[in-house]
Write a protein that binds this ligand. Structure first.
Ligand SMILES: Cc1ncc(COP(=O)(O)O)c(C=O)c1O
Length: 370
């Protein structure tokens, strides 16, 4: 039986093993482990790739959100509106600057719903933190006009959004700063944890540069209380190599999405993500291919028996359902219905067209029999 894994971590290394070993030896022999030229070079290339003025490499994507909020001045008691359809890390970052995370609903493309955001604004609201989810940007011009009207800051959680565009603009250009994750499962994955902030805002850049390195400036003077959240130089060296062919990987992901679209769009019991060329306002990079499926749990089991890995994002828990963290679990109708149906199909660059065709044929077979 064909096996189609949901993810393929060994492939991340094997796909360019010789180059990665060469980089490891070269960096190792230089003894260049913390805040070295490889990190600086990667930061320059990341800024160029995103079309922003600055990039700062950080320890992980969660720290990136936390430090961005801190640098933007989000403080004790401030309310920050975010989408419930995100990782708990988004809300945790708000919590750890002393803010109150206020979850909003999402809409059919699974992105934060601007109408839901509007309804949640109070006198205490200080920021909107949209997640550029599944490799797609939110409707950023509407969010920006809501923010401008209400004097709110926007920070983008773009952990899943590197390379995504809205109206020809990329992450980091819509807001005070966008935060990225290089967790191995991400489109641009490192061999461990990693993250970054990209921004056009010089104040944000300078503050995060200090915060990530114990509050120490270029002359070694401590100018504020800081943390240790530096991206490892070795990871930066790997990422610097990988960003060179990242655009090609995005193209492959978009090809896979096109195959899914072509093969599955006629099945009425499925809601597919927007197709790659469905709306020229959006350029999606398909970090995930998240569908909504009738009889989702049975479909998942059926595909498992066929050797096909699928995943329900965040173990089926939208953030507002996590009562142990103080959320109510109600009030976001689209999210609550969608979580009974959402399922991510295999989407990674180790997959051949035949693998995707096999997934599609299996799904068709399931719905023929139900
Ligand atoms: C939407 C979102 N936000 C935040 C994070 C946290 O990133 P990291 O795992 O690098 O801390 C992730 C990734 O897991 C994510 O998908």
């Amino acid at each position: 039986m064909r096996k189609v894994p949901f993810s393929n971590y060994p492939y991340l290394f094997k796909s360019n093993e010789d180059e990665f070993v060469k980089i490891f030896k070269e960096v190792g022999n230089r003894g260049a482990f913390i805040l070295q030229k490889d990190l600086e070079e990667f930061e320059k290339n990341l800024a160029v790739f995103t079309g922003t003025n600055y990039a700062v490499g950080l320890a992980n994507g969660t720290d990136a959100i936390w430090l961005a909020l801190m640098a933007a001045g989000i403080d004790e008691g401030d309310e920050v509106i975010f989408t419930s359809h995100t990782y708990v890390a988004t809300a945790a970052a708000i919590h750890f600057v002393g803010g109150t995370p206020v979850p909003a609903d999402c809409r059919q493309d699974h992105m934060i719903d601007p109408d839901s955001v509007k309804k949640l604004i109070t006198a205490k609201t200080k920021a909107i933190l949209p997640t550029q989810l599944n490799g797609r940007c939110c409707e950023m011009d509407t969010l920006k006009s809501i923010a401008d009207k209400n004097n709110l800051i926007i920070i983008e959680d773009a952990a899943q959004g590197l390379g995504a565009k809205y109206k020809n603009k990329g992450i980091g250009s819509f807001s005070k700063g966008a935060t990225i994750s290089f967790y191995p499962a991400k489109n641009l994955g490192s061999f461990g944890d990693g993250g970054a902030i990209v921004t056009n805002d010089s104040e944000m850049y300078e503050k995060v540069m200090l915060l990530r390195d114990h509050g120490r400036n270029k002359d070694g003077k401590f100018v504020l209380w800081g943390f240790n959240s530096r991206l490892d130089n070795l990871q930066a060296a790997f990422l610097n190599f990988k960003i060179g062919y990242y655009q090609k990987e995005i193209s492959r992901r978009r090809e896979i999405a096109s195959i899914y679209q072509k093969q599955l769009s006629k099945i009425k019991k499925l809601l597919l993500p927007p197709a790659p060329n469905a709306n020229t306002d959006y350029f999606d990079v398909y970090q995930n291919y998240e569908i909504e499926a009738e009889n989702r749990d049975e479909l998942k089991e059926f595909l498992k028996d066929k050797g096909i890995g699928t995943l329900i994002q965040w173990d089926g828990q939208p953030v507002h359902s996590i009562k142990s963290l103080g959320f109510s679990g109600t009030g976001l109708p689209y999210t609550e219905t969608m979580y009974k149906k959402c399922l991510m199909l295999p989407m990674n660059t180790s997959l051949m067209d035949e693998d995707i065709n096999y997934v599609c044929e299996s799904i068709k077979q399931f719905y023929l029999n139900t």
